[in-house]
Design a binder for this molecule. Sequence first.
Ligand SMILES: Nc1ncnc2c1ncn2[C@@H]1O[C@H](COP(=O)(O)OP(=O)(O)O)[C@@H](O)[C@H]1O
Ligand SMILES: [Mg+2]
Length: 310
Amino acid sequence: MALVSQHNAKPLTMHILSNARTLYSTRRFFEEGYKRGHKMRVYPPMQMSAYLERNALELYYGDQQIETPHCIIPRLGQKKPEHTLAIIRHYEMMARLGSATTHVKSLNASHPMMRCRDKFVTMQVLAQNKIAVPRSVLIDDPLHIDTAFGKIGEPPYILKLPTGSQGTGVMIADSKTAARSFIETLIDQGLQVIVQEFIAEAAGADYRAIILNGNLIAAMRRQATGYDFRSNIHRGALAEKAELSIEAARTVKIAARILGLTFAGVDLIESKRGPMILEVNASPGLEGIEGASGVNVAEHVIEFLEQTIR
Ligand SMILES: Nc1ncnc2c1ncn2[C@@H]1O[C@H](COP(=O)(O)OP(=O)(O)O)[C@@H](O)[C@H]1O
Ligand SMILES: [Mg+2]
């Protein structure tokens, strides 16, 4: 692998937007971009402000104006998502100095990133497009608990917060009594709740697939450990390289395309009724997947950005 690729006659300026500078994924994008001769910068959107006036859009990091890059690698985490999205949108709308027609290329557009933050919105779009998802009900009032139980059937139930991630906000309730008390507590806290069928036959395993520009570039199978039913790496799940079935591979690629994401981590569960999409992540972590699959995901992303900008 050459350190500087032959595509790389002209180095690009790339901004990684991340509120967690020291995170593995942030470091990996930086490293691979730097190796290929690009000017890499990491900016935390939480510390940025956006200025506008008629025909001018500028970004500031503290009191320092930020130069307009060729492209951005936006990471949307749990911290201040609205502000992060506003900053990403600002970048998207900033014309490159000197030529008003070229815009800053974002690895993922802000609108699909916003949609995928919410699991229910994601599933609405997928279900509407005939993609299999677990049967789910969104409720916001304890009055609708019985309707939800009626639609889903007998327990156990999976309960989810629409914007949870890394396994927090995903619960299992073994009985209607337990489910009811969880749901009432969450709704009382001002939260919406997704009541979902439990896919027991998955036995604590799911698949994470990384899609880049419509291609499946890496996949792993994650298996929950201990008493957990959640197969998130952050919950201590074990990961191994995996081949997806033809149907699963097709499903994850279509899901990313329908949601409008160029770069996505798609979670898929194998059920008796075939593969189902659990969620689609617009800022998938790289550590688990690079380790398990042996694929240099960060390098693929940088190469893709080089190609789309030229
Ligand atoms: N309906 C379900 N049936 C069985 N297991 C599930 C179901 N939904 C989620 N899980 C398990 O919980 C994990 C986390 O759920 P997910 O929807 O991906 O939320 P998060 O954003 O927290 O990762 C999944 O990876 C899977 O192992
Ligand atoms: Mg997940």
